[in-house]
Design a protein around this ligand. Structure first.
Ligand code: FE
Ligand code: FE
Ligand code: ZN
Length: 294
């Protein structure tokens, strides 16, 4: 496609000793011009102070290599569940954690923080969504140049926002409209029941219900499970039920020009697959033997 600005990368690690400088180096080694980090392990809340994270060195290297800082994404830890209406303590902890993650995201000069909307734990779904909204309204403010991107979920268990209507409901009720948007995950929407064989229809629906102007970033993953399975297990690009051509249609969709696309596909033989996947995406050519001697 002419004039299509492909912005592609993967999630990369951010760990000792090189921290953010290492993240940028890793992204560049895959041929990326975008990437996503967790500012610490996604499963826990142990965090290295940002002063130690070699942020300025990372930013310098990114800028020298044409990675636009707007295409760098941060992902909040999984432990945050602002929708937990069973346990007020979890809500309080989640809110504190989200506030500190916004601060950390800002310390990294990253402008988009992806957040899982949480789960109702089979309590009243509407109440759970309303508490998520309250949490967002508590956490967001204009002190930081950081937007939260609510991720579309597969609907595993009682996950919130496994449909565009719930995403729209949350977004509509957030006070700081300039600080909220969406991260669309292809594996999650497939597992939630959206048909990527007809992605233009999916985008039409998204536009009607949520608004395409709210879309900030995409997670590009194939899925191990069929449409509507509510499982959330990512597969390597072209090896799953969504398939290579459908993912290429997403990645090169005219309406998604200029949006960062981030791979979160599983490691193969203990190694990151992203260099190979990104090459296939750039060539628009799938090779089913690409990992045969990997
Ligand atoms: Fe996620
Ligand atoms: Fe994702
Ligand atoms: Zn997932």
């Amino acid at each position: 496609m002419e004039n299509y600005n492909l912005i592609i990368g993967s999630h990369v690690s951010m760990s000792s000793p090189n921290y953010y400088l290492g993240s940028v180096k890793e992204a560049l080694s895959y041929g990326s011009n975008a990437f996503m980090i967790y500012t610490g392990a996604p499963q826990n809340i142990k965090r290295t102070p940002t002063e130690k994270c070699k942020i300025n060195e990372g930013i310098k290297l990114a800028e020298e290599n044409n990675i636009n800082l707007n295409n760098i994404i941060c992902h909040a830890p999984y432990l945050i569940n602002l929708g937990n209406i069973k346990n007020p303590n979890t809500y309080k902890l989640s809110l504190d954690l989200l506030k500190s993650e916004i601060q950390r995201t800002s310390d990294f000069h990253i402008k988009i923080l992806v957040l899982h909307p949480g789960a109702s734990l089979n309590e009243d779904r509407k109440k759970s969504l309303d508490q998520l909204i309250n949490g967002l309204n508590e956490a967001l403010n204009n002190d930081y140049d950081v937007k939260i991107a609510i991720e579309t979920m597969a609907g595993k268990g009682s996950e919130l926002c496994n449909n565009f209507e719930e995403v729209a409901y949350v977004l509509k009720n957030v006070k700081f409209q300039n600080k909220i948007g969406v991260c669309l995950d292809t594996c999650h929407i497939n597992d939630a029941g959206y048909n990527l064989n007809n992605f233009d229809k999916v985008l039409d629906d998204f536009d009607k219900i949520v608004g395409l102007n709210k879309l900030l970033v995409l997670h590009i993953n194939d899925s191990k499970n069929p449409i509507g399975s509510r499982k959330d297990r990512h597969e390597n690009i072209g090896f799953g039920t969504i398939g290579f051509n459908n993912l290429i249609n997403v990645i090169y969709n005219k309406r998604l020009n200029n949006l960062p696309k981030i791979l979160e596909t599983p490691y193969v033989n203990g190694k990151p697959p992203y260099k190979i996947e990104i090459k296939m995406i750039k060539d628009k050519k799938f090779d089913k033997n690409c990992f045969s001697d990997f």
